[in-house]
Write a protein of this length. Structure first.
Length: 409
């Protein structure tokens, strides 16, 4: 009897909700995003402002972690469901285009809209535009504690030398109580700057993996040497450990991205600098660089399209990007915002844009996902001391080729 009452109450609630939605003549736009921390706070403020000025539209924003966002969006959108707008990094585009789950943006926007952006602010692939950004970067930089480091290292040799001077041992037991450097060296994304610094890359021009190379082996060995030979980085190095050490002033330098800067009190207690150059090869340590922005569900249609156009136009506007640059130190892609005082007079953004110049665009092809998955296992086995750099490179290549073959990419 009680179960029946619960079912009746639930049915009545759903019926009431359906009636309320039917009576609501406003256009409802759902957006999934992966903005975190202060960026999410500002984003919610902008959504609130848009809703306040558009009483006939309701924008509902929902946060999802990037992997979950991409996977759930594709599953839902293939069935004609899911959010109307999705916000994330450009490397999601290859999967979404391949699965036909997002709309070519030229079907929504005029050419004059795209003309507002720098070249990296509009992501094109296979002859169409799929994403418009509110920032470019998502890139790694060197961040240094200004109470411990007066001038950041410009070369890997300087990084080692400074790191050794800044690594301090306790007098009573010789345990290391302060490290010269740390970062999330368990994650392949954070390894990329060392790979490029030794002249390597993840794929060739035809999107075939290029992981079993002398450059990969030398880069892997260099990271191992930083830990085991020079002893300037911790024995354990996941994201949380590295983040904690830097926040507690137990490491002088850290490699991390713009999402971390506000929590490190940049520029008051720490500063940003480009990653060093490898004098052995002549190459800069170039991180992957990716635009982050908005794409539209392929199922969006009817009354929603004009509202979606207005929403994205607002969220990528010059004013919003200037505010993001001033409050969050994000690198804008609006031409007007790039030339604004908020950007041109901001030392952190100047350093960030210098790093972007010494960066490489993250591939947006679907094969990139297969390569990430192939790199992670062997890379972590190497860090655990289970295999050599040569074996790690061989396994990465073998796994990447297997993943790509099995996914028919």
């Amino acid at each position: 009897m009680r179960y029946l009452r619960v079912c009746l109450l639930l049915a009545a609630s759903l019926a009431l909700l359906a009636c309320q939605q039917n009576r609501d003549a406003r256009v409802h736009i759902r957006i999934w995003h992966q903005k975190i921390a202060g960026e999410r706070d500002l984003f919610n403020e902008e959504i609130g402002e848009f809703n306040a000025h558009h009483p006939d539209v309701v924008v509902e924003a929902l946060y999802k972690e990037n992997e979950e966002l991409r996977n759930l969006f594709v599953i839902a959108a293939v069935a004609g469901q899911g959010p109307d707008v999705v916000y994330g990094p450009a490397d999601n585009i290859g999967v979404m285009v391949t699965t036909k789950t997002i709309l070519p943006l030229e079907k929504i926007f005029a050419e004059s809209f795209f003309a507002r952006f720098s070249a990296g602010g509009v992501i094109q692939w296979q002859g169409s535009r799929w994403l418009v950004a509110d920032q470019i970067g998502n890139h790694l930089t060197l961040i240094y504690n200004t109470t411990l480091v007066s001038r950041p290292p410009e070369t890997l040799d300087e990084l080692i030398a400074m790191g050794r001077l800044l690594t301090k041992h306790a007098s009573h037991d010789r345990k290391i109580e302060q490290y010269g450097l740390t970062w999330n060296y368990r994650e392949p994304f954070f390894f990329i700057p060392f790979l490029t610094g030794f002249g390597g890359w993840v794929m060739d021009k035809d999107a075939r993996p290029t992981l079993d190379t002398p450059e990969m082996v030398r880069a892997l060995q260099f990271v191992i040497d930083l830990r085991d030979k020079y002893q300037i980085i911790p024995k354990e190095g996941d994201y949380d450990v590295a983040d904690m050490l830097f926040k507690e002033n137990r490491t002088a330098m850290i490699i991390n991205g713009p999402w971390s800067w506000s929590s490190y009190h940049v520029p008051d207690r720490a500063k940003v600098a480009p990653l060093p150059k490898n004098t052995e090869t002549g190459y800069w340590c170039e991180p992957m660089v990716s635009a982050k922005g908005y794409s539209v569900n392929a199922a969006a249609a009817g009354r929603k399209l004009p509202a979606i156009r207005e929403l994205i136009d607002f969220l990528t506007s010059d004013e919003v990007q200037r505010k993001m640059a001033a409050e969050l130190s994000t690198s804008p892609v609006s031409l007007a915002a790039i030339d604004s005082p908020e950007v041109r007079q901001n030392p952190t953004l100047i350093a960030s844009m210098a790093q972007i110049e010494h960066g490489r665009a993250m591939p947006i092809v679907p094969q990139m996902r297969a390569i990430w998955e192939a790199m992670r296992g062997p890379y972590q086995l190497l860090m655990n001391g289970a295999i050599t750099p040569q074996e790690a490179a061989r396994r990465m290549q073998r796994e990447a080729e297997k993943n790509i073959a099995e996914s028919s990419l």
